[in-house]
Write a protein that binds this ligand. Sequence first.
Ligand code: ATP
Length: 446
Amino acid sequence: RRGERSMAGHLRDRLPKGLLALLKRAGSLAKSMGYEAYVVGGFVRDLILGRPNLDLDLVVEGDGILFAEAMARELGGRVKSHHKFQTAAVLLHDGNRVDVATARLEYYEYPAALPTVELSSIKMDLYRRDFTINALAIHLSPERFGRLVDFFDAQRDLKDRMIRVLHSLSFVEDPTRILRAIRFEQRFHFKIGAQTERLIRNAIANQFVHKLSGPRVFHEMRHIMEDDRPLASIRRMDELKLLAAIHPDLALDPRKDEVLAEAERVITWYALLYVEPKPEVWRIYFLGLCAGMEDDQVQGVARRLGFSKHLEESFLALRHSIRNTAQQIFEWDYRRGLHSELYFLLKDLPLEGVLYLMARNPKETVQRSISLFLTTLRTLRVELAGADLKAMGLPPGPRYAQILRAVTAAMLDGKATCRAEQMALAKRMAEKDMGLEWMPGAAPTP
Ligand code: ATP
């Protein structure tokens, strides 16, 4: 019978030792409670594909919450449980997290034609999943440890690199699976199966996507945009008319496509610099998706996707600050311009905005200017602080910021590159002030 293949070798060879031990202990613990436990889903898929994945999803035939509590006691950790869904997360002291779900037959309602009584709970659990490749499980009990459970020919689909649903109502049941299908297809370089693609096109044509709540769509879109190379997924969404189904203004046009392609290039470049902070890349792609829109259109999209008021406002504000900076940045002269001018133009723009400006204008001089800011200017700091000004006898006030700004500018423009020069400049400014406005002659000797 298929499904009897042993994954013990893979588990031994491809997992960190601690994780293998954890799975074995989970299996023994389940047995001691009279349960069967399985590791399921993306973890098994990635194990077979040889991709690292440490997210443990366990399914227990038995009481999942009791099992999670026993696991936390035995391994040291705490449990967050959801009684409504019979699920729990075990947060182990060593930082690992294990998600536990309960497989219980009586919870599922299925079309009468299905011979429900003959199905084991694990089979029903797997049948509710999105795609065959995610519907694999591995036995953890000591007698069967490592044995693969494959009811739906997932191994064949992994080999053929195919994304297939388990039944024809899958996208009707949950249209977010359309976005998931695209994400997995692009991430693994698989192909959505012909029948599955027909079901997707049908679901979209029949407006099933309209029924999805904003936050659920947004959650999956964000997931797509945070994967490695989202452009292919975005294009695929557009080709399947999914973007337009989510919101008519989201459909791609040549301009958006170009900006998104540049965005992906810029984001990849920036990631290779290995500098902090990391941008929230979805915002950059989202700016690209909204390229050429008016604010009220962006608002429409934000509302469709259930943005909170705060998120909507911060996103619109980001667009405005980009717009206010763009012209000056694009015109800044890479050869003759003052570095301080570039710095002050960009310093308060969120990183996502700076990277988006780069994507918006692929001209080489613009790329160089922004790159200069990101790789060099942004992190330079003057070697003096407010305390130094205080020590000079300057009373605290708005002048502090002005002086520090002037010193920063001088540093960036190569005129005060060491602490001594910066102190001298600050002192000249402070003394001038004090001589004119503050306590004449009261400056203490340093
Ligand atoms: P990733 O590597 O992106 O985390 P994953 O496959 O682990 O991928 P999750 O979103 O963490 O994906 O979901 C875990 C498992 O839950 C999946 O493998 C899948 O079996 C199941 N699942 C998740 N979302 C759905 C859904 N909308 N419909 C059916 N099953 C789902």
